[in-house]
Design a protein around this ligand. Structure first.
Ligand code: GDP
Ligand code: ZN
Length: 288
């Protein structure tokens, strides 16, 4: 028996990367009806020859992403560019929230740093507790840090189009030959509805989905207004000190989160974006 990770599903076959190479596997009929195997699933299979096998077991999933459908994602790299397009911090906070909700530890990647030289964003988000890597797909700056973040993990790249997601992967590993720029390609939004997601195999042992993560940025309905604050890691230290349990950190008196904003311990824009998202959740609760 061999264990491995499914990186592609096509025509009834599951392509599995194992320690000693890649195998084309299938599921036995009885098994097939009960199990939906996703890319990212860890499976145990019985090899039949050098490169084929029969899947005997699917190991329990740690996470499950819906867009794109991938199992066991443990990293979301939220890519923004320092310019072209200019960073929209509300959108960034929305992506970070999606990562937190999915339980996949978001890491921020600020790309195209070669075009600006300097940016306040890294300091701001590091103080909020996030890991921020600063990169240039053009000069290669920060690409080795990106490599470290992707190593041995299953990751999705998220972020608006045009920020350099494909370019970064190409500079990390040129043989991926992903299309960049305006041309419609797999890492570009819009095309992936007809094709299944595949995991790109990295030389560092990691996998990256070939489809951008979180193409749907709506807040899931199961998130309630009272728990929204728990998805802001920079609020965490203060939440237990609010006067009222169930504090929405909005109009309530003696709110430790609001005090932290005034004291400069929580970045003002993060709080403002929280309030905007809170209204969105409240509106959603009202409708259902
Ligand atoms: P994606 O839509 O996020 O995959 O973005 P692409 O990788 O297609 O990049 C969009 C455009 O930005 C392309 O024209 C790239 O050549 C350019 N680009 C990507 N990364 C950088 C960078 O770090 N610096 C500069 N100057 N241009 C970049
Ligand atoms: Zn509060």
């Amino acid at each position: 028996m061999i264990t491995g990770t499914v990186f592609k599903a096509l025509g009834g076959y599951y392509f599995v990367r194992a320690r000693d190479g890649d195998y084309r596997c299938y599921l036995r009929g009885r098994f097939r009806r009960k199990n939906k195997v996703l890319v990212g699933d860890n499976v145990v299979f019985k090899p039949q020859d050098n490169d084929t096998g029969v899947i005997e077991q699917v190991q329990p999933r740690k996470t499950r992403l819906y867009r794109p459908p991938v199992a066991n994602v443990n990293r979301a790299i939220v890519v923004f560019s320092a310019t072209q397009p200019n960073p929209n911090l509300f959108l960034l906070d929305r992506f970070l929230l999606q990562g937190e909700i999915a339980g996949v530890e978001p890491v921020i990647c600020l790309n195209k740093i070669d075009l600006v030289g300097k940016s306040d964003i890294p300091t701001m988000y590091r103080s909020a507790g996030y890991t921020v890597i600063v990169t240039s797909a053009k000069t290669g700056q920060g690409v080795s840090e990106l490599n470290e973040v992707l190593k041995d993990n299953i990751s999705v790249l998220a972020g608006p189009s045009g920020v350099g997601k494909s370019s970064l992967l190409n500079s990390l590993q040129p043989d991926l030959s992903l299309e960049t720029g305006e041309i419609s390609s797999k890492l570009k939004a819009g095309r992936h509805t007809t094709r299944h997601v595949e995991l790109l195999r990295l030389k560092n042992g990691g996998f990256v989905a070939d489809t951008p993560g979180f193409s749907n940025l709506n807040i899931p309905r199961e998130i309630t207004s009272t728990e929204l604050g728990y998805y802001f890691p920079d609020f965490e230290d203060f939440l237990p000190h609010c006067r009222f349990s169930g504090c929405l950190h909005h109009r309530e008196p003696e709110c430790a989160v609001k005090k932290a904003v005034v004291d400069g311990k929580i970045v003002g824009t993060r709080y403002e974006h929280y309030i905007t998202l809170l209204h969105e959740v409240i509106e959603q609760e009202r409708r259902h």
